[in-house]
Every structure is written in structure tokens, then in C-alpha cells.
Design a protein around this ligand. Structure first.
Ligand code: ATP
Length: 326
């Protein structure tokens, strides 16, 4: 049905039904516009369903949040952050992020209609193969870097970047998801990649650390400041994990884990790709201003031009066939 050709305006133009749906003013949707299928994931305050739009036949991932639970667990701010960031990103036209098509609510629930990332998240792939080869690591970390360039250009910080939040679409390209911890900087003109924001400005201070302990940057543990550089630290952790199979900083106790992060206490397993090691070492730097990329303008050119990425064309990654994961 989606590819059916329909005549509009007396037959002057041929358009697919899909294109017409995209052009139509979005009329307010409600749950009856979708056939809800299997549960594809559970979050701390939400259930994500695979659902089909009865008008377009398109598959979507619909995140359903119980209002009472959001209020009880004080997640209002998180839901608002996620919606705001996804709205900005969806309007930006980038294919590197989960797209938010629409939101609606009924008396009990909130609904987020998103693009469906058919191949799940990156973590099980890393766990399954134990270690990505250099081509895979280069490709997937390259796509993540491009996503960060786009995000930071829009003054959005993800703040919870990790393999579980990197989803994969039907073509095995990434779709960054989970913007519940994200932060949209309120004074874009005052921010560039080199700036650690004014700690005395309450708007730019975090009260407690957000994100996931293993990927949290040292400055978020100590200074509690917000900077795009924290996402570059997480990128360093993810590159390490793609090659080593596990994140660099690990401990059963959060206290010990944070101590290891603050002491840069991690080791490289034998056989770790030498160029990748050099890149990770330049990203896992305690001073956020000293991390590779922080002095760059708009694009992370110094990361793009690191020897690990020799031969990778960042600008055509999205139209390149991803290397097989093994
Ligand atoms: P929390 O909200 O507690 O941080 P979370 O991010 O895992 O956790 P959700 O955003 O509700 O919670 O997502 C739950 C799971 O649903 C994800 O881990 C993912 O596996 C799956 N999921 C979410 N969005 C999509 C999507 N657009 N396409 C495919 N799967 C998705």
C-alpha cells in the first residue's frame, strides 16, 4: 500500500502514497490509528511497542508512558527533555537519530511515535562477537562521531551515550536514541566545543550526575559541569568497548568505578589495535578541554583525521554498506 501511486490535483503529478502522507498536515493521532503489536523494549518508566499505522501501513516503535508512573517517579523533566531533543533532531533531517513522528496522549498515557530501529541496539552485537574488527569499529564509531557532530552543532548534549542507546535500522546504520538525559544548551551563541560552561551559572550546572556510571566523564563526577566534551569521553569508552568487548572502567561498586574513572585506571588487552589505542587515549583525557576534538569548529576534524580513520569517508558513511559484524 505504501508504494501505491496515487494521482493528485487532477492527475498533474504522480506521487507515492508515502510521499502524500509526509506532505499532509499531521492531524492529531490517537491510539486507534495504530495496531499495537509485540513489546520491543521496556524502560524505567515506559514500554515500547512495535505498532503499525493503519493509514500508511508503516511500522513504528511507540513508546508508551503511564502518566501516574511519571509523576510518581518524578520523571516529568526526563520526558520533556526527550521530547524536546527528539523534536529538534526530527526537524533537522538527519538520519542518524530515531525520528519522532508525533506524540499524543489519552487520560492515562503519553505516546511517542518513533521510527522503528529493526535491528535493536549495538550491545548484543558487541557481546556476541566479543570484539569488533577494525573495519566495523571504524564504521560504527565513525557514524557515532557524525551523530555527535550534528548534535553538538545543534547545542544538544546526549549525556547518556552507550552501546544500548545506539540502535540499528533495517540497513544496519545507527539511530541514536534515548534523549531522556539530554541537555539543550539555552545560550547557543555562548557555547562552542572548547568551552566548559560557566560553573557559576546555575542553568549550566548539573545537580547530580546523569547518564550511566560506566560511561560518565570525570568532570561530571567532580565539577558537575556540562560540556559537549563529555560525549567525546563516552565515545572513547565505546570505541574501547567495541574492540575489547567490555567498557574500559568496570567495578561492582560504583564508588570504586568512579575512583577508577578519576584515576584513569584502565588497561588495554593484548592485541588492541595500535591506532585505536592512540585514539582512545586521546579521548579518555581527564581534562575535558584537552580531549581530541574539543578545539575543533563544527566538525570534529581532528578526530576525523586521526590515523585510525585513514581511508574512511565520513561524508558518505550513511550511503555506504556497513561492514558485516564479526
Ligand atoms: P530508560 O528510559 O529507563 O533510560 P530506555 O532508554 O532503555 O531506558 P526506552 O527509551 O523506553 O527506555 O526504550 C526501551 C527499549 O526499547 C530500548 O532499550 C530499545 O531496545 C527499545 N527501543 C526504544 N526505542 C526504539 C526504537 N525507536 N526502535 C526500536 N527499539 C526501540
Amino acid at each position: 500500500q505504501t508504494s501505491q501511486v496515487v494521482q493528485v490535483n487532477g492527475g498533474g503529478q504522480s506521487l507515492t502514497a508515502d510521499k502524500i502522507v509526509n506532505m499532509m498536515p499531521v492531524t492529531k493521532r490517537n491510539p486507534k490509528d495504530y495496531i499495537f503489536g509485540k513489546v520491543i523494549g521496556e524502560g524505567s518508566y515506559s514500554t515500547v511497542y512495535l505498532a503499525k499505522d493503519i493509514h500508511t501501513n508503516r511500522e513504528h516503535a511507540i513508546k508508551v508512558c503511564e502518566k501516574q508512573q511519571i509523576i510518581r517517579e518524578k520523571k516529568r523533566e526526563q520526558v520533556r527533555r526527550e521530547k524536546d531533543a527528539l523534536n529538534i533532531l526530527s526537524n533537522s533531517g538527519s538520519s542518524l537519530f530515531v525520528k519522532l513522528y508525533c506524540t499524543f496522549q489519552d487520560t492515562e498515557r503519553l505516546y511517542f511515535v518513533m521510527s522503528y530501529a529493526k535491528n535493536g541496539d549495538l550491545l548484543p552485537y558487541i557481546n556476541k562477537v566479543g570484539s569488533f574488527d577494525a573495519a566495523c569499529t571504524r564504521f560504527y564509531s565513525g557514524e557515532i562521531l557524525r551523530a555527535l557532530e550534528h548534535l553538538h552543532d545543534l547545542n544538544i548534549m546526549h549525556r547518556d551515550l552507550k552501546p544500548e542507546n545506539i540502535l540499528l535500522d533495517h540497513n544496519m546504520h545507527i539511530k541514536v536514541a534515548d534523549f531522556g538525559c539530554s541537555k539543550i544548551l539555552e545560550q547557543p551563541e555562548a557555547v562552542d566545543n572548547t568551552t566548559i560552561l560557566d560553573e557559576n551559572n546555575p542553568r549550566q550546572r548539573t545537580n547530580s550526575f546523569v547518564g550511566t556510571a560506566q560511561y560518565v566523564s570525570p568532570e561530571l563526577l567532580t565539577e558537575k559541569t556540562i560540556s559537549p566534551s563529555s560525549d567525546l569521553w563516552a565515545l572513547g569508552c565505546i570505541i574501547y568497548q567495541m574492540i575489547a568487548g567490555l567498557p574500559p572502567f568496570r567495578s561492582r561498586s560504583e564508588y570504586m568505578l568512579f575512583k577508577k574513572i578519576l584515576n584513569l585506571d584502565y588497561v588495554y588487552p593484548d592485541g588492541f589495535n595500535a591506532d585505536a589505542k592512540d585514539l582512545v587515549q586521546k579521548l579518555l583525557v581527564l581534562d575535558p578541554n584537552e580531549r581530541l576534538g574539543t578545539m575543533d569548529d563544527q566538525r570534529y576534524t581532528s578526530i576525523r583525521s586521526h590515523p585510525f580513520y585513514n581511508g574512511l569517508d565520513f561524508d558518505t558513511l550513511h550511503v555506504t554498506n556497513p561492514p558485516p559484524i564479526y
